[in-house]
Ligand binder design. Structure first.
Ligand code: HXC
Ligand code: NAP
Length: 262
């Protein structure tokens, strides 16, 4: 575990920070001394996590925001500046997803997911990046991918295509913004037990059994494991890591081989 003052008073925005992985990352960042802004559509999702951080002695603000709307994103950055004076860390965690065969996916269904994952990530990154550049004290941007950004993800063509776009965005800006001391990285989780993912993607015992059989370490990941890595990547201990996508999937994307040795 990182020491409690690792993110001492840094200002961190976590999109989708009220639920699942976003909530776990926000709580861990707060434990490490960061001041948090949680941004997603629903205030009901955000307020309980804000209250949890405050109860533990931390500082946090809920800013209801739809990341698909650049005006709302700009407003969220302004509210962050007003409350905490700047932005040091952005975590692009908000996402939408559902399983649908590509040939049955409507244009609106495609747009809904690509808009949240790819366009929303760009709008937040652009707005926070402009602020970081103007502040002249550097910054850290971390986006949450999924391993199917490079393996492909049958049944989730919208999400896989959008996450692949976010991977390209990560590598591009890691170079473009390095002169401003902004580090841009990503985490690519495999299956992690959150209400959002479990209910939408492996919502029955048969689907879960099939999923587990594909993970070499034999289990689904936990939000806390992702949160620890997300904290490390934005911490001073990772100052030389830039443009990286850290895979956290128990070896799932590598497959289990085809020879009868296991
Ligand atoms: C087919 C669907 C659908 C489904 C929605 N649509 N759900 N099509 N199958 N199950 C279509 C709708 O019919 C509509 O198209 C279009 O998508 C937009 O739907 P809305 O409900 O109007 O969209 P909206 O209210 O904006 O909601 C966005 C959403 C929703 C993505 C559809 O699911 C959402 O808000 N999700 C947020 C939470 C979430 O998904 N979390 C999971 C993250 S887990 P038409 O043509 O009818 O107008 C994750 C794991 C990755 O990403 C990897 C795991 C290994
Ligand atoms: P989740 O709890 O459903 O998280 C999604 C979050 O995104 C919610 O808090 C939601 O809040 C927010 N959101 C959705 N649409 C938004 C929008 N238009 N604007 C702003 N916020 C929006 O699921 P999760 O499992 O924690 O997923 C978190 C991240 O991990 C996602 O990027 C996901 O793709 C990635 N991931 C998860 C897994 C997994 O197995 N869990 C695996 C790989 C990658 P509101 O509803 O309040 O807007």
């Amino acid at each position: 575990m990182l020491p409690a003052n690792t993110l001492n008073r840094q200002v961190a925005i976590v999109t989708g920070g009220g639920t699942g992985l976003g909530r776990a990352m926000a709580l861990e960042y707060a434990r490490l001394g960061a001041r948090l802004v949680l941004a997603s559509r629903s205030r009901e999702h955000l307020e309980p996590t804000v209250a949890e951080i405050q109860k533990a002695g931390g500082e946090a603000l809920a800013v209801p925001t739809d990341v698909r709307d650049p005006a709302q994103v700009d407003r969220m950055i302004q509210e962050t500046k007003k409350k905490f004076g700047g932005v040091d860390i952005l975590v692009n965690n908000a996402a939408g997803n559902f399983i649908c065969k590509a040939e049955e996916l409507s244009p609106n269904g495609w747009r809904a997911v690509v808009d949240i994952v790819l366009n929303g990530t760009f709008f937040c990154t652009r707005a926070a990046g402009r602020e970081m550049i103007a502040q002249k004290r550097g910054g850290k941007i971390l986006s949450v991918l999924a391993t199917y950004a490079w393996t492909g993800g049958p049944g989730t063509v919208h999400s896989a295509a959008a996450k692949a776009g976010v991977l390209a965005l990560t590598r591009t800006l890691a170079v473009e913004w390095a002169p401003y001391k902004i580090r841009v990285n990503a985490i690519a989780p495999g299956p992690v037990a959150t209400e959002g993912a479990s209910s939408k993607l492996w919502g029955n015992p048969e689907a879960e059994r099939k999923l587990l059989s594909k993970i070499p370490v034999g289990r689904i990941g936990t939000p806390q494991e992702i949160a620890h890595a997300a904290a490390y990547l934005v911490s001073p201990y990772a100052e030389y890591i830039n443009g990286e996508a850290l895979t956290m999937d128990g070896g799932e994307w590598l497959g289990k081989g085809f020879l009868a040795v296991q």
